[in-house]
Structure formats: C-alpha cells, structure tokens
Design a protein around this ligand. Structure first.
Ligand code: ZN
Ligand code: ZN
Ligand code: FE
Length: 760
C-alpha cells in the first residue's frame, strides 16, 4: 500500500540482519530482493510477518530463490522504479500514530504542539492526493517547500519520515489561523508558544458556548461543547437540523466510559486506524446535552484522529459535538474559499489551516453487531481501500449509485473501489460532488469504464448523470439495475455467494419494474438476474414526499385498507392529535380517482405503525420513526402479532391486515408502546420466516441474504437471523458494506458486469 511506512521498515530490517539488496513497489505490490546468509534471511522473513507496521496489511507473502547475477553492495529503497504504477493501492487517511503523538507532546521535540505532525505510518493520504504516483508534487503539500531538516528526514531511508509526502514542521509546513465570523484574523499558529496560545483561546470559546468550524481531514466540522445544551441547541437551529443525531468526539476512552456503555469490540473499533463514529448505547447515569441526540438511546461517538484534535483536547477536557460542516443537506464544506460564504451563519469562529483538502470525505459511521463491525457509512478511513472479490470483471464498470446515501463504485479485474459517502442527491451541489468524486477516482486508479450502471429510477440525479455520461475515446454501454436486486447482490458479493440465494430486502423506497414503489421484496437473486418471488402487501401512498415526511398519513392509508371508513371511530391517539379535517383530506385523496403511488415498502409500514402508536406523526430525518420505534423496546418477549402469507398472482404476499387489527386493539387497551413494538418486530420476523420457508419449499434454496436499510434495525436483524437459523437456513448479513443505500453501487457494478458477460 502506498504511503504507509513499509519500505523504511524493510530497509531497517535488512540492515539489522546485514542483508544487501533492494525494495520497490510495482503493480504486484512490494518487491524485495535480499542477499545474505540463509539464517539471516529466514529471520528477516519472519520479522516481516510479525513486526510490520500496523497500517500495512499483508494480504500475501510469497518468496522465491532467484539466480541473481548482480551482487548488491548495500540495501537500498528504489523509489523511482515502478513508483509510477497506477494500480498500487492508495492508502486511506490514517489516524496519528503513537510515535508522532509522543513527539507532539514532547517539549524537547522540534514538532512540540505542531498540529500537522505526521510520518510514513500516519497522516492524511486520500484527501490530499491530486494525482498519482503518490509523490509530494502531486499532493496538496506541493506548495510547502521542506526545510533542510525535514528534507533530511525525507531522504534518509532509515528515518520514519523517509518519503513521508506530507512531512512538515513548524518552520516549513502548514499553520493554523483563527478567524471570527466576520473574517477577522484573531490568532495565528506558529511555534509551540503561539500554538498553545491559540488552543487556549479556542478552549475559552468552547467554555463560552461558542460554535467553531474546525478544518479536519476530509472537510470542516462544526464543533461546540457537547455538554452545553444551549450551545448544542443553537447549533441545531443554525444548521436547520432538528433531531438527526450529532456525532460527539470524546477526549479519550475513559471519558466515553463516563457517558456510554461500551464493550471490547466497540473499544477496538473506536481505536481502529480508521477512527470511525461508533454508535454506542448511552449510559443511564450521565448524558451529554439532550440536543446532541434527541429521543435517542444511542450516541455516535468517536476518538480524536488528527494531531489537531489531540491538541484541542490538551486544552479542553470535555466532549465536543463534531458534526459535518454544512447546512442541512448540502455536501460538507472542505475549501477555505467557500468557508465563510457557506458557514458564517452557523459558526462564531473558524479554525482554519493552509493545507488544502483535495477531495471531501465525511466521517464513517459504524456499530458493532454480534461482536463484529456493521458499517453504516463507509467513508473516511476506509476509502479508497479496495475490496478484492471473488469475481473477475470482464470490462471496467462505473456504477453511479442511488439517490439517498449515494456512493459510486468503480471496478476492474478482481478489484472494486467504493467511493466515500457522497450524500443525498437532492440538489446540484451534491451532484457536483458525485462528478468530482468520479473524476478523482478515475485518475487515481487509471480507470476508463466501458459499462455504466444506474438505478432504474428515471428521476434520480445519479441516473441522469449516468445517462449523460460520455467518453470520447470509447463506447460505453449503459445498464439499468433494479434497486433491490442491487441490495441483494451487495450482500452476496460481500459474503462470496455466487449462486442463487433467497434475498429478503427491506427498505424505504426503490423503483420497481412494475411501476410500483418496492421496498419489502422477496427475491431469488443471482449476479446477472433475479426473480421476484413475492413482496409485502401493497398500500396506496397518499402523495409521495409528503407521505414519507408525515408517517400519520401512511397510518391512515394502512388503516383505510383494512377498516375503510370505520377507522374514524377508533379511540386512538392519532385521531386526537391530527385534526379530523386533515384525516378527511387524506381519505379523500385515497378515494379520489387520482392514481396514487402503490408501495410494498417495509419502511412505510414501520412509519405507519409508529404513528399509529402515537410515537411520531412527522419525521424530520430519514428513518426517524423506525429508529424511535425500535428503541422504544424495553423488555424483550416472544409475544408477536400475526403476519401471514398468501399465494397470489404476484407471488408470495406477506399480509399485515390481522397485525393492524391487533395493534389497534392493543392501543385501545392502552398497552405500552414498547410492548407493541416488540410484538410488531417479532411478528414481522416471524412472517419473514414463513416467506423464506415457502420459497425454500419451491426452490430448495437454503441460503438467505438480508439487505436493505431496514436492517439497520438491530432488533429485527438479530431476531430474524435467529429464527431462520433455527429452521436450518444459512443466513448472510452485511459487515463491511452498508446494508443501506450506501451499498447499492457495489451491487450495481457486479450485476452490470454479470449481465454484460451473460449477453456476450
Ligand atoms: Zn506518525
Ligand atoms: Zn520543516
Ligand atoms: Fe434501498
């Protein structure tokens, strides 16, 4: 992998064992030639296995004895040779390493309190690379001329900073500046004393409840004291973000323990080199400000990952909100030039520096499920690490992804590159981020796709981007992919399943091939085809966007299908909370001759039941009702509602009418929401089990994949997996690739290649 301290490590090792030879990178990876006595070579090889630097992943180590004519007189690192090979992997951005941290806080070190300290084992990579080969002139460090001491380190093969491209020091490298929101420079970094002064001022601003925009690795964060309710509430108001949880950065692990319950797997993930946000259960005893994650039992927590973060927490000891620097749904701000225009209505102060970010990259979001990572947003720290898969792409593919949680994927040979989180493609700014991302990836990996995959939904901006895509040097073939097929295959490829499987795909919205909106789909899936075996019973949506934002409208739609006008007589909180005229309007809409969208969406079913219980009538972020409904579960039981299957023309239908009657009865009996939630989740899992059994009876297929955004619901996921396994199914779930729409582009890429190969 480029940009990790592997070659200096090899160099020092060879010298220790008195070996001569050379080391260089080429398209096959790192090549090492050594000459010396056999016992030393053996120890050398052993040490490579056990002592290599933490960030270098050794996927395979092959040795060969060669008849070498050359007699080497020393050991050298050849940085020129094949350094220009474009296929050598580019490293993700790396968490600051222990050696650099030690120097950062050593008063005798020349980089004492210097926020841009790094070495070949750590520091920014992906976000500062403009082009390859990965070499300083092709990074955003090009404008900084190294001083003689930095240059010496850079040139010395035995040094930890040998060819560390972002190498810098207070004399020659980037510096901090602190601005007020009216663009006035109020402090500048420099030597240790100046930096100390700056961080002290910063701490005072946090203490006073101010909001500060801080330049990070892949963009700006908006930060404030996470324990100061007034500050956090102000941030919400200014950012136009009502309830969607903010991430919190904690000074250290011990402080996280004060606020969250945490297990060993979660600790490992928090401390991993990617330093993602990890969803942790809040402790009962102590909470950060209520507004950090309103109505939520979980908190997105992370540890510091840049020297700058560590310095902040040297002078400020409480957790900080660290949320993306943007206004509502826009992409994260990453350029100094756009900073004030876009964020001065939110931030009171701006902590800026002059190391440019070339490509934006949001923080990754993860959780632990069954002691393993369950990645919900794969971005900074993971991207652009390639996935090697058990399949060979015949032609290069670009898959443009869906609308929500967009990522794109480029694939060639046996390698796929999934992009960082691009965002929800609901405006021009995000579309531009997609275009820039594709251009960057194509040049980093020297890819020229001949196949373009896109979602069947004609209105998605990613679809339009795909259909407009042209390459003057080659013909490109464009292939539309069904959304839930893509979900299914993203899970199959992650688990190496290249044979027909049963796919239970549950999510909010996806364009169906029959003109309805799909989202509760039971498929037989392969890489190049799928068959829809059945689906959740459909319902008419009273409007599209409005019905998603107003779960109470979906509740009325579901109720109407079961009870018709009788629903108006029910003694349920929904009918007390929503004015009768509004309910009547929805009923009129459903009864009108207008053709309403029909959906089999499982997300909408969750919304409807959550609203029916009186839990949430309107949502202000995607999935909010479902998240709160799952979290309302307090006591686990085996009680469940009746979901049943029926065989109809369109296949196996999972019916919810009896379930709805039971829910209404329970509400009228004043059964607590938590118990209704358990019965609903258990009932749904039980119903899905019946579906899987029915499909197995027809097809003899015993492998089940679970995909789609609904499976961010851990209670449902765990329950269903257990039920299926008890009935002898092999169950495959996500881990590295998100189950939500962040994984769609991967599925699209594999399917497009599958279709292309089949038709060849
Ligand atoms: Zn380091
Ligand atoms: Zn220097
Ligand atoms: Fe989806």
């Amino acid at each position: 992998m480029q940009g990790v301290g592997f070659r200096p490590f090899i160099y020092n090792l060879a010298r220790r064992y008195d070996l001569t030879g050379e080391v260089f990178n080429d398209s096959r990876g790192v090549q090492i030639t050594v000459q010396g006595i056999p016992a030393s070579i053996e120890s050398f090889e052993n040490d490579i296995r056990i002592k290599s630097p933490p960030q270098s992943r050794i996927t395979a180590l092959e040795t060969d004895i060669i008849d070498e004519q050359t007699s080497y007189t020393d050991f050298r690192i050849d940085v020129s040779a094949a350094g220009g090979d474009k296929s050598t992997a580019i490293s993700p951005d790396l968490n600051v390493c222990p050696d650099c941290l030690r120097e950062l806080f050593d008063p005798k070190d020349r980089r004492y309190l210097y926020p841009f300290i790094n070495c070949t084992n750590c520091g920014p990579r992906y976000t500062i690379i403009r082009d390859i080969p990965y070499d300083r002139p092709k990074t955003t460090m090009a404008s900084f001329q190294m001083c003689s001491r930095c240059q010496q380190e850079y040139d010395d093969p035995a040094n930890r900073r040998f060819h560390a491209q972002p190498n810098a020091c207070p004399v020659c490298g980037p510096q901090l500046s602190l601005y007020s929101s009216d663009r006035e420079l109020i402090g500048k970094g420099g030597d240790a004393q100046k930096n100390r002064g700056l961080f002290k001022v910063l701490a005072e601003h946090f203490e006073a409840g101010r909001i500060v925009a801080i330049k990070g690795i892949g963009g700006f964060h908006l930060a404030c004291d996470a324990t100061n309710e007034k500050a956090v509430a102000a941030l919400r108001q200014r950012k136009y973000r009502q309830d969607k949880p903010f991430a919190v950065m904690f000074p250290d692990l011990n402080t996280i323990r004060d606020f969250c319950r945490i297990n060993p797997a979660e600790i490992e993930l928090l401390q991993s080199v990617a330093r993602p946000i990890v969803l942790l259960r809040k402790s009962e005893s102590r909470d950060v400000a209520y507004s950090a994650a309103p109505n939520n039992h979980y908190l997105g927590a992370m540890l510091p990952y840049t020297p700058l973060h560590y310095l902040i927490f040297r002078f400020w000891k409480r957790p900080l909100i660290m949320t993306s620097g943007n206004v509502s749904d826009e992409p994260i701000v990453y350029r100094n030039e756009e900073l004030f225009d876009r964020l001065s209505s939110i931030a009171d102060y701006f902590l800026v520096h002059d190391r440019m970010i070339h490509i934006r990259c949001d923080d990754s979001v993860t959780r632990i499920w069954e002691s393993k990572p369950y990645i919900l947003r794969r971005s900074r720290g993971y991207v652009p690490q390639e996935l090697t898969i058990d399949r060979r792409f015949r032609r290069q593919v670009l898959a443009c992804g869906p609308e929500q949680k967009n990522t794109f994927t480029l694939a060639k040979d046996r390698t796929v590159y999934i992009s960082q989180h691009i965002g929800d493609l609901e405006n021009y700014e995000v579309l531009k981020a997609l275009e820039e991302g594709v251009t960057h990836f194509r040049s980093l990996f020297d890819l020229n796709p001949e196949i373009i995959a896109y979602d069947l939904h004609p209105d998605y901006l990613s679809t339009k981007y795909a259909l407009d895509y042209q390459d003057e040097n080659r013909d490109v073939r464009k292939i539309g992919i069904q959304h839930h097929h893509a979900h299914a295959v993203s899970c199959m490829i992650e688990n190496g399943l290249n044979h027909p499987v049963i796919a239970l795909v549950l999510d909010g919205t996806g364009y169906g091939e029959d003109g309805t909106i799909w989202g509760g789909e039971f498929l037989i899936a392969e890489y190049n085809r799928y068959h829809r075996m059945g689906h959740l019973k459909t319902v008419a949506m009273p409007g599209a966007g409005a019905a998603i934002k107003n779960p109470w409208q979906m509740a009325v739609a579901f109720l109407y299908q079961v009870f018709a006008d009788d629903l108006l007589e029910f003694e349920i909180p929904l009918l007390k909370a929503i004015p009768k005229e509004s309910v009547q309007l929805i009923l009129q809409l459903i009864n009108s001759q207008q053709s309403l969208p029909i959906t089999s969406s499982c997300g909408r079913l969750f919304d409807a039941v959550a609203a029916l219980c009186g839990l949430r009538y309107k949502v202000n972020y995607e999935g909010q009702a479902a998240v709160e409904f799952e979290q309302s579960i307090q006591k686990i039981s085996d009680d469940s509602y009746d979901f049943y299957t029926s065989a109809e023309d369109s296949g196996i239908i999972l019916n919810w009418d009896r379930m709805l009657k039971q829910v209404v009865a329970d509400i009228e009996q004043r059964i607590p929401i938590g118990e209704i939630a358990v019965r609903f989740h258990n009932g749904l899992a039980g119903g899905l089990l019946k579906v899987a059994v029915a499909i197995r009876n027809q097809t003899d297929i015993n492998d089940v994949v679970l995909s789609g955004g609904v499976f961010m619901n851990i209670y449902l996921l765990s329950r269903l997996k257990k039920l299926l396994e008890n009935k002898g199914f092999y169950v495959y779930t996500h881990s590295v690739v998100p189950c939500n729409d962040g994984g769609i582009s991967l599925g699209q890429a594999v399917i497009a290649d599958g279709i292309d190969q089949r038709q060849q």
